[in-house]
Design a binder for this molecule. Structure first.
Ligand SMILES: C[S@@+](CC[C@H](N)C(=O)[O-])C[C@H]1O[C@@H](n2cnc3c(N)ncnc32)[C@H](O)[C@@H]1O
Length: 248
């Protein structure tokens, strides 16, 4: 018995690790967290591979209800998370609740968007604070984070809002519109049409898309479906410039 946090990677059912798969095969209950990220394949693909039924877990279920912790006292419970379980999620709260209840907890790591962006050529240790862009323009946080990171010459990764239950995923274009609206509201000039941006869609998938271009170009670029993120680079090392040229 126990609660098993299992990262299932970024693209499809094949991305789970052997260790994760073994835990899933032994599990009495399998929950798939379904609000911070999604794979590019339907849940049925995972069920077919595991030979088991999966229950979707929304925010309310994970954060407010204590069902998984209670069940894990007498059963093997697998909690599947797209990407890596604690990367850009708040699941450490569930981890703590389980520990405090005396439940056995295991964590199986996997790839995350936070490291997958390394394919752009931008060096991971030169990223500053990561920030999220919500659907509604209500918070100035993304702008302030960009400002702080730029002040230090660091790259900024923007994670974009999503509502999987409505099949709604913010795209790079929408993110840029959001940032421009904020800039107008705040009345400063952090960027303009020529500012270099890097957009990534469906990282880790066979049809992933990575592009480097100006903000103006990006307002007209369609990155397609699925999860997307935006990077505004800081100061570039010549190796980073060389790598980015690949994606222009
Ligand atoms: C809240 S984070 C969760 C990250 C996940 N736990 C992980 O380790 O990758 C989800 C956001 O990251 C970005 N993201 C996640 N996976 C992505 C991918 N494969 N390609 C592009 N962006 C991705 C999107 O902006 C998405 O809305």
């Amino acid at each position: 018995m126990g609660l098993h946090f299992i990262g299932i990677g970024l693209s499809n059912e094949q991305d789970i690790s052997l260790k994760g798969l073994e835990l899933v095969k032994k599990a009495d209950k399998i929950y798939l967290e379904h609000y911070t990220a999604v794979l590019n394949v339907p849940v049925e693909n995972l069920e077919r591979l595991y030979g088991k039924k999966i229950e979707l877990a929304n925010r309310e279920f994970v954060e407010k209800e204590n069902i998984m912790v209670e069940e894990a006292k007498t059963k093997e419970v697998a909690f599947l998370v797209v990407g890596d379980p604690f990367a850009a999620t708040t699941h450490v709260d569930l981890f703590l609740r389980a520990k405090q209840a005396g439940v056995d907890v295991t964590v199986t790591n996997n790839a995350s968007v936070l490291t997958a962006v390394g394919i752009t050529g931008l060096q991971l240790y030169k990223f500053g604070k990561t920030t999220s862009i919500p659907f509604e323009v209500k918070s100035e946080t993304p702008y302030n984070v960009l400002k702080d990171n730029q002040g230090l010459g660091l790259h900024t990764l923007f994670l974009l809002d999503l509502r999987p239950e409505e099949e709604k995923f913010m795209g790079v274009r929408e993110a840029i519109t959001y940032m421009k609206k904020l800039e107008q509201k705040i009345g400063e000039e952090l960027f303009d049409d020529n500012t270099l941006c890097v957009g990534c869609a469906r990282l880790g998938s066979p049809d992933q898309m990575i592009k480097a271009g100006t903000m103006k170009e990006f307002s007209q670029t369609d990155f397609g479906k699925g999860m997307q993120c935006l990077i505004i680079p800081g100061n570039l090392h010549f190796m980073e410039e060389e790598a980015l040229a690949l994606w222009k």
